[in-house]
Design a protein around this ligand. Sequence first.
Ligand code: NAD
Length: 332
Amino acid sequence: MKVAVFSTKPYDRVALTGANEAFQHELTFFEPALEERTAILAQGADAVCIFVNDVADAAVLRQLADLGIRAVALRCAGFNNVDLAAAEEAGIPVARVPAYSPHAVAEHAVALLLALNRHIHKAYNRVREGNFGLNGLLGYDLHGKTVGVVGTGHIGQVFSRIMVGFGCRVIAFDVRENETCLSDGVTYVPLETLFAESDIISLHCPLNPHTHHLINLETISQMKRGVTVINTSRGALIDTVAAIQGLKSQKIGAMALDVYEEEAELFFEDLSDRIIDDDYFSRLQTFPNVLITGHQAFFTREAMGNIAATTLRNLSEMEASGTCENEVRAMG
Ligand code: NAD
């Protein structure tokens, strides 16, 4: 298939080109993200390959259909950036990579939790500057703490197991229970109970209309004072303004983010010589108890290889049959 690959970075080219030896698609790499202004780049292609911050809304999908695009291949697990109903209407199947390495994301969530709690990011700089003082570096034992996991799918399951291994009590909320989590010792509780009892809350559910701003003023008020919140899922699960208020009032004791509501304007680019004009993001950066990474949880060698291979396989399947095992469809 002729594939227009949007939002490509050098590491995407390497992974996709390597994996494509087995598939022989004709890949054209574009640096810009897919949006209304750039959709025209897909002219002459049969399919588009997109990532987390590309926009495939109704207008873009209509444009793609007019250009003769027959498939959308997401090289990620989440699909909140695609209007699935519009894709169906346009007759374009959409496929994703459901599980490329749940370990990559779960381990990054743990890395954020450990770094944040033990102030590793601060300690690293201090020691390099010859400051061996410990003031401000006090953490807490994870052992014995209650960890609330929202969403126990592929990633939540791995994260829960690691937390059980640390000696934590793991409670979870999901719309359906996961047998493996239950046998690992995870207890399912209503969301209100999870908010009320957790010392640490980690988000691993998808972003959809039910989960948008799941963490908001109301739910923050239900949490334990000093709670640690970790989000490696999607930025808009957290109402940033409410989180800033929670941090200011110290209801939220610490927060680590790998994703951010308005990340499309920031992440994956080197903006170090520019002025960041997102005041909420800048405010978040001022808190000593906030740790942010730029959507890198997926970024391991294993995950990149699996993403590339599954994306290209999805394209081959859609080329052959117009559908594929990893197709995602609008619900209802
Ligand atoms: P998954 O589909 O395996 O699991 C998602 C789980 O969330 C499922 O068990 C589902 O039942 C549950 N869920 C759905 N609606 C819910 C709700 N309203 N409340 C609670 N739980 C709900 O997905 P996954 O592979 O575990 O990925 C989870 C999320 O992680 C993805 O949606 C994606 O947004 C994010 N992600 C982030 C990165 C990153 O690099 N930061 C990488 C991959 C995935």
